[in-house]
Design a protein around this ligand. Structure first.
Ligand code: TXA
Ligand code: MG
Length: 326
């Protein structure tokens, strides 16, 4: 019984498992996480091992309330409170100066810690019941596509892991990571909370938001080949994709998967065509599940239509570029 319905009993049992040093699959509004007690070094070692993740890559600590911020972080700048007020609970991770007790296994040996209050009710329920911080990287093996359903988590880790089923994730891509440890917000990983939204959150209008990665910060989400399907993936402008598709013989069309914003006019062939629409919000919500589904079909290639280079699409463009990296 690896996937469980998040009843009060199941939440209590999951919190107990965390206290015993166990791992739990849990839903968040962004993607599913592989959770463990953030203050238990043995549990963290087991988590890194399960994910196959290099131990020098930092992980995020999830907490239930803003009051818990100071359990993990110190010298918290005003801008952190402003962002917390505007976007928590929600898909935002803040990088802050860490408290001395925060384990190197959390921070990757850096002097900062990533913290987030998720908005998924099951995640919040588990966090409140557990009481402490829960470390939860995305519940996929290192380098693979992030999971957005309980079933995806089971596909990654097998049925010995308990996964609380919170339904499909509403946001669908990982949280926006904003480093505020220097006082000036800097986006380390784009998410569905955009640079523009951060800029507009009062009183940050005058604050310059930097989006370039600093050289000293290790962010596994910034590795080039990440979040990637195993099927060779090409990112193509609409016209090029359409032309190339029309030029293909019928039999070859059947060996491709197409991920599109809108349907092609002449879809012939035994096509594996998936259409995610022209709005970034529903596109993001369906994105990883669709990639994962197409990736299981043993296709020769995935052709992905390049979304517009417009505000709102940053997170998706970022993930697409990683998918298509060689
Ligand atoms: O939406 C999310 O953030 C999901 C859900 C489960 O909360 N979690 C997630 O975790 O995406 P993970 O471990 O897959 O990605 C966390 C990212 C990594 O790229 C990590 O390097 C970065 O956060 N990170 C964590 N702490 C950091 C720190 N102190 N400095 C810089 N980057 C940090
Ligand atoms: Mg991840």
């Amino acid at each position: 019984m690896p996937i469980v319905s998040p009843t009060a009993n199941a939440i209590h049992a999951a919190a107990e498992q965390l206290r015993d040093g166990g791992l739990i699959g849990l839903p968040t509004e962004t993607v599913y996480g592989l959770g463990c007690d953030a203050s238990n070094p043995d549990a963290l070692a087991a988590l890194y091992k399960a994910k196959g993740r290099p131990t020098n890559h930092p992980v995020i600590v999830h907490v239930a309330s803003v009051e818990q911020l100071s359990d993990w972080a110190m010298d918290i700048p005003e801008v952190a409170h402003t962002l917390a007020k505007a976007f928590w609970p929600g898909p935002l991770t803040l990088i802050l100066k860490k408290q001395p007790h925060v384990l190197d296994a959390i921070t990757g040996g850096q002097d900062t810690v990533g913290i987030r209050i998720p908005s998924h009710p099951v995640a919040l329920d588990l966090l409140r019941t557990f009481g402490g911080g829960i470390t939860a990287p995305s519940a996929n093996r290192f380098g693979r596509i992030s999971p957005t359903t309980a079933l995806h988590v089971m596909d990654e880790f097998g049925d010995h892991l308990t996964v609380l089923d919170g339904g499909p994730c509403a946001v669908g891509v990982e949280s926006t990571i904003v480093d505020v440890s220097s006082g000036t917000p800097r986006i380390l990983r784009p998410g569905m909370i955009t640079a523009e939204a951060i800029q507009n959150s009062t009183p940050l209008q005058q604050t310059k938001i930097f989006t370039k990665h600093g050289p000293a910060v290790r962010v596994s989400g910034s590795l080039t080949k990440h979040y990637a399907p195993t099927t060779p993936t090409l990112l193509m402008a609409r016209d090029d994709l359409h032309q190339a598709w029309n030029d293909l013989p019928y039999e070859e069309q059947g060996t491709l998967g197409l991920l599109l914003l809108t349907p092609l006019t002449h879809e012939n062939g035994p096509a594996h065509v998936r259409v995610l629409g022209t709005h970034p919000t529903p596109y993001a919500a369906g994105f990883y599940a669709t990639l994962r589904e197409l990736d299981t079909k043993g296709l020769n290639a995935l052709w992905i239509e390049l979304p517009p280079n417009e505000p709102g699409w940053e997170a998706i463009l970022d993930r697409l570029k990683r998918c298509a990296a060689l």
